[in-house]
Design a protein around this ligand. Structure first.
Ligand code: ATP
Ligand code: MG
Length: 421
């Protein structure tokens, strides 16, 4: 299939690092994990993302199930998360209700580097609270996540306010009027989009459109007093946390229902796929989906794009080397070593076990190739004495250990080694 990809073991360490960092940072800010289904009724996304968005019009994986119901593989997580918030009455908890989730998303897009049809996101939402200090802390947490990954210096935070249900429609009209007057100088896609979703036109990447779009009226000048004050507070709190940002009054987001604070983290290192994370406030959306009139703010991080920015892990595949290779010589020795391997693994010592049907020399070669620090040899003689031979693979030095002590001895040596490195 085009646009899907496998995450091979050599890459998985980076994914674990990204996901582990997210859990650690988000939980420090009081966010709890919620796990959601990967498909929902199509109607949820049509309403929750907006009928006139690119996602709903062109990018959804939609099909009829066997009962004839239209279902869609989720293109983003917010709509599902809000559905769960409403369905399970999570609004009764102290506000803001803070949730995060991670997993695959599906969009029918033209595949290229950093753009897939199945990709993965980390999603964060804070619900039921519209204080500007919350906006600043949500953004602060996003920045903190990238700091923890040592990537913050390579990203730029772009910030805008899109106004609310009062002032945004006024701006929309003003912008539409301007775009109509300059339609001749815009690309076909802009002209096509303009009547349906004029704000999204500001996002056009066609160089020829830029002069007209750069001279378009600014949303900043159209903000009502409440929105102006809210945005000024958000900026003041970001300053108080020493979080640098660039004010970008052309920044609009793909979702229809973004209001007020809107932001994106971009990089100069990934070509056209320059957005690594994006988010914003969506007051009114929970109510639109049939819930209480709770405001909300959140963001999504594209994991593939984060992984592209990460350096290869220092240890590479070294971490997967077995600590010891257990070599039984013959079937009785294999039976004696099977429970030893189980016990060692239960104490988190990685061991591999031969089958007892090969020559000692070839098994020692194998231990070498696997990179095991120790070989443990049990032949007929050792078995009769109730012993095992421990061989240091680096020096070749050998000594014996009583079989009942073997698993504990391996665990002890493993600890010593680990505390040294
Ligand atoms: P773009 O402008 O790149 O299409 P978007 O505005 O559609 O991004 P969002 O819906 O805001 O993206 O999703 C949040 C993040 O998810 C993006 O910033 C990006 O890192 C990632 N993302 C979005 N679409 C894809 C995709 N098709 N493949 C990989 N990552 C993606
Ligand atoms: Mg997109």
């Amino acid at each position: 299939m085009r646009g899907v990809h496998d995450i091979l073991p050599a890459e998985a360490a980076k994914w674990e690092r990204v996901e582990g960092t997210a859990r650690r940072v988000f939980e420090a800010y009081g966010y709890e994990e919620i796990r959601l289904p990967v498909f929902e009724r199509t109607e949820l996304f049509a309403r929750g993302i907006g009928e006139v968005t690119d996602i709903v019009q062109k990018e959804m994986y939609t099909f009829l199930d066997r009962a004839g119901e239209a279902v869609t593989l989720r293109p983003e997580a917010t709509a599902s998360l809000l559905r769960a918030y409403i369905e399970h009455g999570l609004h009764v908890h102290p506000k803001p209700v803070r949730l995060y989730t991670m997993g695959p998303m599906f969009r029918y897009e033209r595949p290229q580097a950093g753009r897939y049809r199945q990709f993965h996101q980390l999603n964060v939402e804070a619900l039921g609270d519209d204080h500007p200090a919350l906006d600043a802390q949500v953004i602060g947490m996003l920045v903190e996540f990238f700091r923890a990954l040592e990537l913050a210096g390579r990203l730029q935070l772009q910030l805008n306010s899109l106004g609310d249900a009062k002032c945004r429609p006024v701006y929309r009209e003003r912008l539409l009027e301007y775009l109509r007057a300059h339609a001749a100088a815009l690309c076909a896609e802009c002209r096509d989009r303009m009547e349906r979703n004029p704000l999204r036109v500001l996002d056009c990447k066609t160089p020829a459109c830029r002069p007209v779009l750069d001279a378009a009226p600014s949303v900043q000048e159209a903000l009502c007093d409440d929105c102006r004050r809210h945005f000024a507070d958000v900026r003041e709190y970001l300053d108080a946390m020493a979080i640098p940002y660039v004010l970008n009054d052309r920044l609009v987001r793909g979702l229809d229902y973004y209001v007020r604070t809107t932001f994106e983290l971009t990089t100069a290192e990934l070509g056209a796929q320059n957005a690594v994370a994006g988010g914003g406030r969506y007051d009114g959306l929970i109510e639109l989906l049939g819930g209480p009139p709770d405001p909300g703010i959140g963001f999504a991080i594209g994991i593939e794009r984060v992984v592209l920015l990460l350096p290869p892990p220092a240890e590479g595949r070294e971490g997967r080397k077995p600590f010891a290779f257990l070599i039984p010589l013959g079937a009785p020795a294999l039976r004696a070593l099977l429970p030893v391997a189980t016990a060692a693994r239960a104490s988190a010592v990685t061991v591999e076990l031969g089958y007892g049907d090969r020559k000692l020399r070839s098994e020692l070669e194998r231990a070498n190739r696997l990179g095991a620090a120790w070989a443990v040899i049990v032949g007929e003689t050792e078995l009769a004495r109730g012993e095992a031979v421990l061989r240091d693979m680096a020096s070749g030095a050998q000594h014996t250990v009583a079989l009942p002590e073997l698993a504990r001895e391996l665990a002890r040596r493993f600890e010593v080694e680990r505390s040294r490195s």
